[in-house]
Design a protein. Structure first.
Length: 384
């Protein structure tokens, strides 16, 4: 995954259905590309910008699938443009921005979709650029945004490269531009082998009920690794979950983004001093779990707790997060990683804290590619 905006449109001078000629290269260079370039971290490309050998249709399809944003100009009702729009809507639930020249007829199939109208006068260009930027920014800020007809109708559709689990422990670090002693890092590998993070953060539901030992979530893994076992590996004490239940007492639910610390149990051998349980997902009977509305606060609240008086003696220097909302919550990994990383950067930049490194755990090669793209384009970060 990347931070590119792929532009789907006619090339050169073309006539619309009324016979009026438009210079679409000018539309691209004077209107679309400047609008996209003004958005921090986003790069604009058309197929004719890519000077690489190989089959152009293969490159086109890869960009339609992989690029974070697409802009589609439907002004000439061009068959190739509509084909590529259909592919985009089939492969990506968002962010696809439609634009059209003023006066263009609007086909029935996409009549209900929002499209930005433009004209090539100076005022028309400026207005369209402002609308394009606003639409892109709003869509990128909303992780569960859907603007594809396909995904609107089939919300459970999943189209993606098959992920491969990363079993080797590796760390990929990015330093803060304002303070190189502070870092955001991504960690891969089996959790049992990870020795980084004075605090491990666990995503819980608002009932603070840990996942079962047989689950695939961070909560299940931490619960299992922290439990006391006999010589055969059988669990004899559910250490972390029992302590969390005692702390909850008669309380049935907590507010979203609440943080409850417990001891690390057997994870002390990994150098973990505390487990922070964060209410990052909310459940609804018969509907399952969804991420809480402010996952950025889940990150910041956990980081704030490291400065509490009860942890002063521990001199906490590092913390390991999951990317909140992407497990049972089912949120899009890249969108939620952007929110979590941004929240961590904002905290490190603006808050006095003993924390020097904020780690995020990454399970697969697909998620690692997305995570590294997020960090590369995150304002305030540079590769260490």
């Amino acid at each position: 995954m990347n931070q590119l905006c792929f532009v789907i449109m006619p090339y050169g001078k073309k006539k619309d259905i009324d016979g009026k000629e438009t210079d679409f290269d000018k539309v691209y260079k004077a209107l679309i590309r400047p609008a996209v370039s003004a958005i921090p971290g986003l790069q604009c490309e058309r197929c004719d910008d890519i000077e690489l050998p190989g089959w152009i249709h293969e490159r086109m399809l890869r960009h339609i699938f992989e690029d974070r944003v697409a802009i589609v100009d439907t002004s000439t009702l061009n068959a190739n443009v509509f084909y590529e729009l259909g592919v985009r809507h089939a492969l990506r639930k968002s962010v696809t921005v439609l634009i059209h020249k003023k006066g263009t007829s609007w086909p029935f199939n996409i009549a209900d979709l929002n499209s930005i109208e433009y004209s090539m006068t100076p005022a028309g260009i400026a207005l369209a650029q402002e609308k394009i930027q606003t639409m892109i920014k709003n869509a990128l800020d909303e992780p569960d945004n859907v603007d594809s007809l396909v995904y609107h109708t089939l919300p459970n559709l999943v189209v993606q490269k098959a992920p491969n689990r990363l079993t080797k422990t590796e760390i990929f670090s990015f330093s803060l531009v304002k303070d190189a002693s502070k870092q955001i890092a991504f960690v891969t590998g089996d959790r049992e082998d990870i020795l980084t993070g004075d605090v491990w953060v666990v995503s819980e539901n608002t009932n603070m009920q840990m996942d079962s030992f047989y689950g695939k979530s961070t909560s299940a893994t931490v619960r299992y690794l922290g439990a006391k076992k006999d010589e055969t590996g059988s669990i004899v004490e559910d250490t972390i979950a029992d302590e969390l239940r005692r702390k909850m007492g008669s309380t049935l639910t907590v507010n979203p983004a609440s943080v409850i610390p417990t001891s690390p149990g057997e994870l002390e051998r990994n150098g973990v001093r505390w487990i922070f349980h964060v209410a990052a997902v909310a459940g609804e009977p018969r509907e399952g779990y969804r991420p809480v509305s402010r996952i950025d606060q889940c990150v910041k609240n956990a980081l704030r707790r490291t400065s509490d008086k009860e942890f002063e003696k521990d001199n906490l220097r590092s913390i390991l997060f999951p990317v909140f909302g992407t497990g049972p919550g089912g949120g899009d990994f890249q969108a939620h990683a952007e929110i979590c990383v941004k929240a961590a950067v904002e905290f490190l930049e603006g808050t006095k804290s003993s924390i020097e490194t904020v780690y995020f755990y990454v399970w697969s090669d697909v998620d690692l590619e997305k995570a590294l793209a997020v960090a590369r384009f995150q304002e305030g970060l540079q590769r260490s």
